[in-house]
Design a protein around this ligand. Structure first.
Ligand SMILES: C[S@@+](CC[C@H](N)C(=O)[O-])C[C@H]1O[C@@H](n2cnc3c(N)ncnc32)[C@H](O)[C@@H]1O
Length: 307
């Protein structure tokens, strides 16, 4: 396997998807193809796998590895909220499972020039899709103090986000903050050396804002339910609590017939149960996997089935 990305909980994801010959599966987050190419090998000559990613590197990586499968293999560069457009383009009317392995790949993280990591000094970019104009540099240098506070609070879960946002706005009033190194230096100068955990949260916050990650997730979850055949499986792996909360909440709302507050005498919502839980608790990686791949440590896998 190349060192682009080591797939997390590969077997657990395949089991969750209920992989079988002849079925149609969508991988929303192809990355290096660790899950996707395995899916392609399991659906056989009569099956179809559709892989999407918005990162050009992922598309190039998987395209290069995708020949020689009996299955129909479709690869498209698009944000995963747009996967229904891909299905329409290829005249696919229903799918049997959707996989989302959220966040950034090891390749994106390790590629210092992309700006995802505080460990390398590079342009403050953080775009998964370099066709989009919005970068972290624009957010940090042009967004209002209030907007930066919200990003740090809501997406980074940083303590005292107001203080940090004010620091950035004060700093940029006399010198722009253009690189990851400059951002880290500004923070370290104010706070003393910040722990890596805090820097991770700051970077996570800006990354989520640059890539609109939470809105993307909400949209793709809804589309998955719309496009899945009865018995189809929704399999989502998240690496931080913000995403996992959205997935958990989404599945909870779809597994009941009514979401009215308990004090309503009568149901006033149009909710109809569309999913059933496959595993009540999130599935986590084994100690053995975590030992071999530290990325697996925070992974939470949730599985639900379309009714
Ligand atoms: C954790 S990696 C997936 C790794 C992959 N499962 C593997 O085994 O190689 C996440 C991938 O999803 C992509 N991604 C994240 N959010 C996306 C979105 N909203 N639309 C399309 N691709 C997205 C990233 O570019 C990245 O390549």
């Amino acid at each position: 396997m190349s060192n682009y990305h080591v797939p997390v909980m590969l077997q657990e994801c395949m089991d969750g998807l209920n992989m079988r010959p002849g079925a149609v599966f969508v991988d929303c987050t192809m990355g290096g193809g660790g899950h996707f190419l395995h899916m392609a090998s399991l659906v056989g000559a009569t099956g179809t796998v559709i892989g999407v990613d918005r990162d050009a590197d992922a598309i190039a990586e998987v395209t290069a590895k995708s020949s020689g499968f009996d299955a129909r293999v479709i690869i498209e560069r698009t944000p995963f909220s747009g996967f229904p457009e891909v299905l329409k383009k290829y005249e696919i009317s229903g799918i049997d499972g959707v996989l989302m392995d959220l966040g950034v790949s090891s390749h994106q993280f390790d590629e210092g020039s992309r700006g995802f990591s505080y460990r390398a000094d590079s342009h403050l970019d953080m775009r998964m899709d370099t066709r989009n104009p919005l970068t972290a540099e624009i957010i940090i240098n042009e967004y209002s103090e209030e907007q930066i506070t919200e990003i740090l609070r809501d997406y980074g879960e940083v303590q005292n986000p107001r203080r940090m946002a004010k620091l950035l706005v004060d700093t940029r009033s006399h010198k722009s903050i253009r690189t990851t190194g400059e951002l880290v230096a500004v923070l370290n100068e104010e706070y003393g050396f910040l722990k890596n955990g805090v820097l991770s949260k700051v970077f996570q916050g800006f990354r989520i804002a640059v890539n609109g990650e939470l809105d993307e997730l909400k949209s793709a979850l809804e589309s998955s339910v719309e496009w899945m055949n009865p018995g189809g499986r929704l399999v989502v792996m998240s690496y931080h609590s913000l995403e996992d909360r959205i997935v958990k909440q989404f599945i909870r709302e779809k597994t009941v017939d009514c979401i009215c507050p308990p004090h309503f005498p009568q149901c006033r919502c149009d909710t109809k149960q569309t999913l059933k839980l496959v595993s009540r608790k999130p599935i986590e990686a084994t100690a053995r996997e975590i030992e071999q791949n530290v990325r697996a440590r925070s992974a939470k896998l949730r599985v639900a089935e379309r009714l």
